[in-house]
Design a binder for this molecule. Sequence first.
Ligand code: 5GP
Length: 201
Amino acid sequence: MKEIRKGMLLVLSGPSGAGKGTLAGMLISHDPSFRFSVSATTRAPRPGEVQDVHYHFMDDAAFDRLVEEGAFLEYATVHGNRYGTLRSEVEQILAAGENVLLDIDVQGARQVMAGGVDVVSVFVVPPSFAELRARLEGRGTETPEAIETRLGNARAEVAEMSRYEYTLVNYAPPERSFECLRTIVEAEKMANSRCTVVLDD
Ligand code: 5GP
């Protein structure tokens, strides 16, 4: 028996603090067929973030040049900073026969979905807005103003969840929600549009 697989483009979106990053990290470390697409951003690196590992950090002029070159599969301004998915990143991963994980906001996801690309889309939500606040404050990576911006944007983002194929409630600790994500991913790998099974004689 032989399985001929096409790479999967998995889009994870959800409000900041919902835990997409944690779920994405768990998926990458548990499933070697997935690779994270490193986005470009004009946001300043947080302590511990590494250039070209977490993001391709750049200034506005460099980001503008990439926009002009048509280098982005999608791009958007999120919480006052610009973020974009590089076509080259995605193509490189798919060409290697691997699956791509995109952690992008709702505007970017809308562009990718409208582009006729075959995607699996999952929207990650916290159990409540109060829990979202607690997680953002507990993370300690944002200023109080940035936390308020992110919480303000969260309600508009949540209104977009029905555009996605799946909504995943991320409870703490995330193990059970991660198992749900694995279930979605394993089922989607078996979709006939992505996998052809050739039986031996
Ligand atoms: P953070 O600054 O916390 O790393 O990310 C803020 C938001 O930007 C998150 O919701 C994340 O999903 C989104 N984001 C990260 N990379 C991209 C990207 O390449 N494109 C878009 N549209 N959003 C992104």
